[in-house]
Design a protein around this ligand. Sequence first.
Ligand code: NAD
Length: 785
Amino acid sequence: MNADEARILKLRAELRDYNHYYHVLDAPKVPDAEYDRLFRELRNLEELHPELVTSDSPTQRVGSAALFAFSQVRHAVPMLSLGNAFEESELFEFNRRVIEGLDLPAGDLFGGGQSIEYTCEPKLDGLAVSLLYRDGLLVQGATRGDGTTGEDISVNVRTVRNIPLKLNGSGWPAVLEVRGEVFMSKAGFERLNATQMEVGGKTFANPRNAAAGSLRQLDSKITASRPLEFCCYGLGQVSANIADTHIGNLEQLKAWGLPISRELKLANGIDQCLEYYRDIGVRRNDLAYEIDGVVFKVNSLAYQRELGFRAREPRWAIAHKFPAMEELTELLDVEFQVGRTGAVTPVARLKPVKVAGVTVANATLHNMDEVARLGLMIGDTVIIRRAGDVIPQVMQVVLERRPDNARPVHIPEQCPVCGSQVERTQLVKRSKGKETVSEGAVYRCVGRLACAAQLKQAIIHFVSRRAMDIEGLGEKSVEQLVDEGLVSSPADLYTLGFEQIVDLEGFAELSSKNLLEAIEDSKRPTLARFIYALGIPDVGEETAKVLARSLGGLERIMAALPQVLTYLPDIGLEVASEIHAFFEDEHNRTVIAQLLERGLQLQDQGELHPEFAASTSLAGMIAKLDIPSVGPTGAEKLVARLETLDKIIAADGIDLRQALTIKQATAVREFFSVAENAERARAVEAQLREFGMHWGSEKKLVEGLPLAGQTWVLTGSLERMSRDVAKDKLESLGAKVAGSVSAKTHCVVAGPGAGSKLTKANELGLEVLDEDAFIAFLNKQGIEA
Ligand code: NAD
């Protein structure tokens, strides 16, 4: 056997195996690009050695044999594949073959004469299906299988919502076999994977696999629950012809209620086909579904008949493919990057490879759980996917290509930047009254600001526009400041002098002065900005605002216990624990103290928000302890009977039984018999009290405020403050702010452009304030506007 022959046999075996995994198991082993390369190599070798072509070669066949789990359907007209073109030259070659095949006069060959009319359709990336209608009723659905025999998926196709069970109108042939693609939209695919993740089910690598896997289910209920769609692109067996062009057929199918592509177009000549390809290529990422190319078909059915078929594909159609979104490459190494919060993230260093037109050399691996899920080893051949603008991802390891010297990926014990210890993060969860701490997927360097990587990122975040907004200090300068030891915490920014700045790369006299001014100007941030600037893990702008608005002061925020923080809107125990741990940390406390010493003055510090006061009650606090079977109602009853936390903790079974069921009473006893639980509850209560709570009298607290019991309405536009701010200020004075005016309204604040609300207020003779009067009123109440 010569080398070519041996290679042919090897390629055939490999391609057959890949076909089986792709078409039968819906779990490809290698990316399409790799399959296509090997397929082409085989076809080229077979062209060199026609005597070696066998009828069972993958180049002569379509798909793979049907699964025996389904009953089989023999296709009256074979379901074929499509030839494909990757390069423009291959497309021109196809056009030349069409013209030659039709024996048209030579003038047509090189332009000038009439050109071939083609239909252009997107090549949807899903699964080919055949739908058989008899007398307008759907009687059978089948997969392509090996092109001759497919799987009977009649029950499943009926669950695809846009497949009509009965055709509209009239005039259809008695036997009408429609062919098309079942696919999943990008959004449907994302949703499905998210749900699968939640329920611990199988996730899919891409929408094609998801569509194929969903349609070929033995349980049609599963298929029905999947977001599948159908698009039709042709005919199989028909008892009577419909139109004399491909587009005519499709338009008629559409009239009968079958979905066809909205992108279907006619092209006059191959140049217009190319324009279509380029146009869709530009819009590819914006389409709701994935396509892997476009399909051009000779529009005239008479021409199609004349051209006929090759072994596995029609001579009158071609798929012009887009650059592949998945490619194979080698994982050269895994390096670890350290982020702002110390998270140590594995990053894949890849042998550079072109994916969808862009060279990819790195890909994030997210965390060590992801590395474990992929079963990744250094030296592995991996599949990289780059879809649209999404950052490249490592999708899968090609296990059979794992080299003998592959090495496992270990998280470093020491931070690669500063050498501090690397620790696994902790997750705090509360369930049935118990707080459990488990290990998270993220590892963190404990070096904090002693770690140059974290320090740089922390300062870049600190000075950023939405944080302290120090203009003129770019990433490069921050790196230089840290590398030269001029700055070892955000507080050091406020010690920088002209001499130090002017020496930085890219700085001159004027820019140095400007930067110094910007640093000086940043010294009066709002409390919310300052909290955000600190870069507490998981605390974004919104959470920072909530903290500032609800607790009103830095000291309170720094002291707040995690359980107290969970009273604030949208703060769960995990984030609350992060916030608490951040402020417990000695180093962070020192930096904050230094910042204040170096002249930082926080604005907008005030009182506790009345909403926060209203949201806390002893009963509410007890309900939040998660004592098994004691919900808000049980907690209310308990407090109504026993009044104080001390009494509840000390209560015996008989006392508790007066308020609760036996089960609840036992649970309460058990809960508080754990010293740690009782202690924690007392600490939370004490802190809430310290923050100004008066159990059971929170109404009184609001009642003590000047606008308690009043309803105010804001209308029109205010020029000196936003309506939200005005609302906050009114609420902090105890008023309720309503959206509509009624006889019960106490006062209306009306800015320019006020309409019907103002008219109504005047009709009712209510008090109306304009913006100036409103601000004067606020000032009188001691509130700065
Ligand atoms: P194909 O998918 O390239 O083209 C034919 C198919 O295109 C049809 O069966 C139909 O389902 C679909 N199609 C979509 N829109 C269409 C339209 N408007 N008109 C007509 N048909 C349309 O060919 P194939 O033979 O089904 O499979 C080969 C493809 O599958 C290649 O892209 C190959 O890379 C991939 N494959 C990959 C692996 C792997 O291991 N990764 C294995 C086998 C096949």
